[in-house]
Design a protein around this ligand. Structure first.
Ligand code: ZN
Length: 283
């Protein structure tokens, strides 16, 4: 199953079109896409019996599949080749930071560029479907509602400011957390632990990796995070990026107004941003 946020309304995406959940359920489920994760199991059971149909979806109106997550976790340096290109050793424990929720947006639109060190990071994003507290790696996938595509846009100068750099602010400018185009449930994947993810800038392939090359797998990440913070329905987990970011190149490449970034994950889809000048340059 695929579910989308179409102009702010929870929608089941079928080959024949989009089905408005509030209407199709006679009001049993809210139109608010953020509300569904609190009742995910009940919703998924109901949705399994919904027949294909509905209206064509205008992709320009898509919002974030989980638009108001209570928590957004992100894992740094989770692919070995990316850790090395970033100038780090391969980490022994997952590097964890947040993208503050105000940066979470839908799959298409403009990306304001606030400085001259804005970089791209295509990532697989897991959306939490039920409260997860101290869960085992073996059980962790059962806490996931589904997967979506994310971009962990990063202003590298802000990311590394200070004596003990804290990544989170440099990852949280407006528009730095686009997600979408929809959430795809786990039954839609042949092998949920091995997905191709790619990123192009102005049509040139910059990143191409496979999630099987993560240092810590998605279940491993969820287990470790949930040993500290209970994971809540609708929370997002950005799972790290493969090699090929702009700052790792010789010479480095950073995003400028006019650039177009397309990020894809196999069997999910693509998200797309057009870079524009920010109203206020920060750095
Ligand atoms: Zn990242």
């Amino acid at each position: 199953m695929r579910i989308a946020n179409v102009a702010g309304r929870l929608t089941i995406v079928t080959p024949a079109g989009g089905i408005d959940v509030e209407h199709a359920s006679g009001g049993r489920f809210s139109a608010d896409p953020a509300a569904v994760y609190e009742r995910w199991a009940e919703f998924a059971a109901w949705a399994a019996d919904v027949a294909p149909g509905g209206e064509p979806i205008d992709e320009a109106t898509l919002g974030a599949p989980s638009p108001r997550p209570a928590q957004v976790f992100a894992i740094g340096l989770n692919y070995g080749a990316h850790a090395l290109e970033a100038g780090y050793d391969i980490p022994e424990v997952p590097i964890t930071f947040t993208k503050f929720p105000t940066c979470i947006t839908g799959p298409q639109g403009e990306l304001p560029i606030p400085g001259d060190r804005v970089d791209w990071e295509v990532e697989l994003v897991a959306v939490v479907g039920r409260r997860a507290e101290n869960v085992s790696t073996a059980d962790a996938w059962t806490y996931v509602a589904g997967l979506t595509v994310g971009q962990d846009y990063s202003e590298r100068r802000v990311q590394t400011l200070g004596q003990t750099p804290q990544f989170s602010l440099g990852k949280s400018f407006p528009g730095f957390g686009p997600t979408g185009p929809w959430l795809v449930t786990l039954d839609e994947f042949d092998d949920v632990d091995d997905l191709l993810l790619e990123c192009t800038v102005n049509g040139a392939l910059m990143q191409s990796g496979r999630t099987r090359d993560m240092i810590v797998s998605v279940p491993g990440i969820l287990s470790r995070l949930s040993a500290v913070c209970p994971l809540l329905p609708g929370d997002l987990v950005f799972t790290g990026t493969p090699e090929g970011v702009g700052s790792g190149r010789t010479p480095p490449i950073f995003l400028r107004p006019g650039d177009e970034v397309v990020s894809t994950v196999e069997r999910i889809g693509a998200i797309r941003q057009r870079c524009v000048a920010a109203a206020h340059a920060f750095v």
